[in-house]
Design a protein around this ligand. Structure first.
Ligand code: SF4
Ligand code: MSK
Length: 626
């Protein structure tokens, strides 16, 4: 493969360089494995295969020449809808189970069962307590921690009403969910019910299945993910604006390099603390290293970036390429989006891979299990392993590409409202005046089916040109950050209205608001704006996009956005085209039901046009200029 071919795979120079090095070093990457899988199964791509029972597996012939029903009699529409339902359930489960770990942590803090974790934002804990109807004034934070966690634990079980934080959604939206029978009850309950419904012989009606999928997704967006975001802020601090750096250039040739990968700050925050331990710094120096350098990958990287300003080495598709630098001594993971192939790539170098969660073991990795009682000690053990691995590093195999790009981060809703003087009014005024025509959340992943980082960053550039403010989470943060879009100077690339607003506030036109679970910050902000205008979320000039999505979590995010009234564009076709009923409902039928739909458009420029047209329509309906 020539250098030119590498530029077909990724727009990033650091990525291209490491792809070339991987080739020289004989290392197989995600792109090689994807090629080996091609052509992908056409039945699966259309959503027309089912293996839900042992009478199958079954598949439906999309051309009508072969079987049109599975052994049980399910047709294409039922099979596709059931597959979508299970996909949403898996995505919602991932986010929500992550949230549950934070409730467990808060509870342990309250019960005095952990000395390793504490409460960094007691004020936010108090605010959440009051919101849940728990009197906070004058109460000891530990007692509050217990009361709040017990209330949130209930969200996971067999609740018969609605989750604790659902009251944040506008009343009109909640009324609509109630009318449709999709108000989420318990998080676990909705997920379990979806697994039940999709068992052979239960729910065999595509519309009914999709409505329940929406209910599952809402239990993610307005409960599981919300819990993860809010409690991470309480325990580790609510993010505030700060500047950091991004790309593989954040690795340091003369230091012990540790990468954190996964999603939950429970592990990565402890690793950060251990990298500052004087005894460990001394041990690193004794091995000849100038220091201990910590950087992030994927969403746990986003968590550390938002709160602590720890630099980002890369996103999903950069995780293997980071190891190819030969400079990573240890990669420590928790869960989600960690490719099993990472262990094989690490085996080609001196890099140690440590798993930490009882839920996520990897063959070939070393397992150092973190608990709420031993986390600090285990983090030190992990950093000691990194220092030892540094001693085994082969300098001749080290190549760290490029120099880091600066990026601004830390835009929690509290920080955004703070920058606006504590009220959304200035943002609403800018929207009404047409300076900011609307806002779009670009969320999610990379996918080797899409040129790495191209669609995420190109869409952001195209939108800001049109005076549309962009909010990014997850791996799209790195895509846009590497292009310089997360710095205030990027205002020069924005249209005149947005440029003026950004300059006045000293903010970038693309705001980093967090990790995948932090998409809850975006829907919360939508709710605040809708309430301030006295309208529903579906009336706002807003949209969402997942140009390079790959994960089941992204499907859940997309569906809770749509069910909350936000038009959402996907850059990768989901496996639904085998059913005209399911595809039709998702891309048009839902408009009349929840006031928003999905659209699919791989070209980021055409995607921007679709979004722009939507924003125009919404602005005109609000009586504003287009
Ligand atoms: Fe086949 Fe029906 Fe079993 Fe699916 S549930 S594998 S369609 S028999
Ligand atoms: S890590 S879900 S690849 S954003 Fe959250 Fe990135 Fe997508 Fe994973």
């Amino acid at each position: 493969m020539s250098k030119r071919d590498f530029s077909d795979l990724t727009i990033c120079k650091d990525g291209q360089q490491m792809l070339a090095k991987a080739r020289e070093d004989g290392v197989e990457t995600v792109w090689d494995r994807k090629r080996a899988q091609e052509p992908h199964c056409g039945f699966c791509e259309l959503g027309l295969s089912c293996r839900n029972c042992a009478m199958g597996p079954c598949r439906i012939d999309p051309f009508g020449h072969g079987p049109q029903r599975g052994v049980c009699g399910a047709d294409a529409h039922v099979i596709v809808a059931r597959n979508v339902g299970r996909c949403v359930a898996a995505g919602a489960a991932a986010h929500s189970d992550h949230g549950r770990d934070l409730v467990e942590t808060l509870h342990a803090i309250g019960a005095g069962e952990t000395g390793d974790y504490g409460i960094r934002d007691p004020e936010k804990l108090g605010r959440i307590a009051e919101e849940l109807g728990i009197a906070a004034k004058g109460k000891d934070p530990k007692a509050l921690a217990q009361a709040v966690s017990e209330r949130l634990f209930e969200d996971y079980g067999i609740r018969r009403e609605s989750p604790a934080l659902l009251g944040r959604a506008p009343q009109k939206r909640r009324d609509l969910w109630k009318k449709l029978g999709i108000t989420p009850r318990g998080i676990d309950r909705e997920i379990v019910e979806m697994m039940h419904r999709t068992h052979m012989g239960v729910d065999n009606e595509p519309v009914s299945l999709l409505l329940h999928a929406a209910r599952v997704a809402l239990s993610d967006g307005w409960a599981g993910s919300f819990v993860a975001t809010e409690l991470s802020d309480v325990i580790f601090g609510t993010p505030t604006p700060k500047v950091s750096q991004v790309n593989l250039g954040v690795l340091k040739e003369d230091q012990v390099n540790i990468l954190v990968h996964g999603h939950n700050p429970i592990v990565s925050e402890m690793i950060l603390a251990a990298t500052k331990d004087p005894a460990l710094l001394k041990a690193a120096k004794a091995k000849g290293a100038a220091g201990i350098n910590l950087a992030g990958l994927c969403c746990t990287g986003n968590e550390l970036l938002m709160r602590q300003g720890i630099p980002m080495a890369g996103n999903h598709l950069m995780s293997e390429l980071a190891i190819v630098t030969g400079a990573v001594d240890l990669i420590i993971v928790d869960y989600q989006c960690i490719m099993p192939g990472l262990v094989t790539v690490a085996g080609c170098y001196h890099t140690k891979v440590i798993t930490t969660s009882p839920k996520a073991h990897f063959t070939g990795a070393e397992h150092v299990e973190f608990t709420l009682q031993n986390a600090r000690e285990k983090a030190k053990q992990a950093v000691t392993m990194a220092i030892e691995a540094y001693g085994a590093r082969n300098p001749a195999r080290v190549s760290i590409p490029g120099s880091p790009v600066p990026l601004m981060t830390g835009f929690s809703n509290e920080a955004i409202l703070g920058a606006l003087g504590g009220t959304p009014a200035p943002l609403l005024d800018a929207i009404k005046a047409g300076k900011v025509r609307g806002a779009v959340g670009i969320v999610g992943c990379n996918n080797p089916k899409v040129k790495h980082d191209y669609a995420n960053s190109e869409l952001a550039k195209e939108l800001i040109k049109r005076d549309i403010l962009v909010l990014v989470t997850g791996c799209a943060t790195v895509s846009t950050g590497k292009q310089g879009l997360l710095m205030p100077e990027a205002a020069e690339m924005a249209g005149p209205g947005l440029k003026a607003v950004c300059k006045a506030l000293g903010i970038p036109p693309v705001l980093h608001v967090g990790s995948c679970v932090d998409n809850s910050r975006i829907i919360h902000l939508c709710a605040v704006l809708a309430d301030a205008l006295g309208v529903d979320i579906s009336d706002l000039p807003v949209a969402a996009a997942a140009p390079e999505w790959y994960s089941e979590k992204a499907v859940s995010i997309g569906l809770y956005a749509v069910a909350s009234g936000v038009f959402t564009v996907l850059g990768v076709v989901p496996p639904v085209l085998g059913s005209s009923v399911v595809a039709g409902l998702l891309t048009s039928g839902l408009e009349g039901v929840v006031g928003a739909t999905f659209a699919v458009e791989p070209d980021p420029h055409k995607m921007a046009e679709l979004i722009d047209a939507r924003i125009k329509t919404k602005r005109l309906a609000l009586g504003l200029s287009a």
